[in-house]
Design a protein around this ligand. Structure first.
Ligand code: AHM
Ligand code: MG
Length: 335
């Protein structure tokens, strides 16, 4: 029988052998993984668990919240509040930060999450996920403020996501490559199923919401036009397209077989840098993709270098197979 390595064993090994992660961070990741397991149970129950449909409320960005957005947010807050690893949390679904109550010892880390990514896919039974990012609390005074969260993505201590699909998979980086763990539902445990995940440098598959085409900026239009021209065009090969509309699912496919994902700035709302959120989506996915050998850009710079100015900041996102992302990035410099 092949030996199964659990998430706990993997993390202990990372802590002991490689000295990458302090005990607090290891415990914190385990708590996040446990919360994801609880969210997975709700997702799986669907209609039977009365978790589908709208919650009748709006989040800070004016988006209608689904019941599962609210449930997932509560699960993550409740699970992480007491352990002593965290100082505070920030979520796509909350107006401001959630400071861990001072009856608990104050931890050294900050946790950020998109509790339920791909909300438009919840009710139609398509893959959705949870995205998380861990930062160190750099200011070591007691107390924590929103400013503590405004760190560039390159300072993340850990990041990852959990995808609730045909399988429930946790994808994690602590800065030493990317590992994947599949949930064994009967045993209730996370089993290491892939290590050192690598994104192929080249691809023939792109992911973008084509319905926005008329609003795109010239470099994005040029790139997609060239892909669509296929074998007869300047790229000399045919491209395939996929768009799940759950970032977790599109990124997971790219980690598995390569590809490029774009949610670029467009002309609809020129003052809005993009749809996706820098701190809850772009940075954690950026860390994972870079650790798997891919590239992440907003067209102008590496996303992980951006100094955030506000908690719910948005950003243009181009990520995936290195050579393709580099090409789109270069097209942006030409204009
Ligand atoms: P959400 O966090 O509210 O679910 O929104 C983010 C999602 C991403 O998962 C996905 O890539 C994108 O929005 C899809 O947007 P669109 O519906 O415009 O194609
Ligand atoms: Mg999201």
């Amino acid at each position: 029988m092949t030996k199964r390595i659990s998430l706990t064993q993997y993390l202990v090994e990372q802590q002991r052998e490689h000295g990458h992660i302090p005990a607090q961070l290891r415990l914190l990741i385990e708590v996040v993984a446990r919360a994801c397991k609880r969210i997975a149970i709700s997702v799986n129950k669907g209609e039977l668990g009365d978790v589908l449909g709208s919650a009748g409320s709006e989040n800070v960005q004016g988006e209608v919240q689904k019941k599962l957005d609210v449930i997932s947010n509560e699960v993550l807050i409740e699970a992480n509040e007491w352990g002593g690893h965290l100082a505070a949390m920030a979520s796509e679904e909350m107006d401001s930060i959630h400071v861990v109550p001072n009856r608990y010892p104050q931890g050294e880390f900050l946790l950020l999450f998109d509790p339920l990514d791909g909300s438009s896919n919840i009710d139609v039974n398509v893959s959705i996920g949870t995205i998380f990012s861990v930062l160190r609390k750099v200011n070591n005074q007691r107390g924590v403020s929103e400013e503590d969260f405004l760190q560039p993505g390159k300072q993340q201590a850990a990041a990852g996501y959990c995808i609730y699909g045909p399988q429930t998979t946790l994808v994690l980086t602590v800065g030493d490559g990317v590992a994947m763990f599949t949930l064994d539902r009967e045993m209730g445990s996370w089993v290491l199923t892939q290590e050192n995940v690598q994104i192929p440098e080249d691809t023939k598959e792109f992911a973008i919401n084509m319905s926005n085409m008329r609003h795109w900026d010239a470099p994005v239009k040029r790139y997609i036009d060239e892909c669509l021209a296929g074998k007869e065009g300047p790229r000399g090969k045919d491209f395939n397209m996929r768009w799940v509309a759950s970032m977790v699912a599109d990124v997971h496919r790219i980690l598995t077989r390569g590809g490029i994902f774009m949610y670029p700035w467009d002309k609809r709302d020129p003052d809005k840098p993009g749809k996706l959120r820098l701190l809850y989506e772009a940075n954690p996915m950026g860390f994972v993709v870079e650790q798997a050998g891919g590239m992440v850009s907003n067209g102008r710079q590496r996303i992980m270098d951006i100094q955030p100015t506000k908690l719910h900041e948005r950003v243009s996102v181009i990520l995936g197979s290195k050579n393709e992302v580099q090409r789109v990035h270069d097209y942006h410099q030409d204009v």
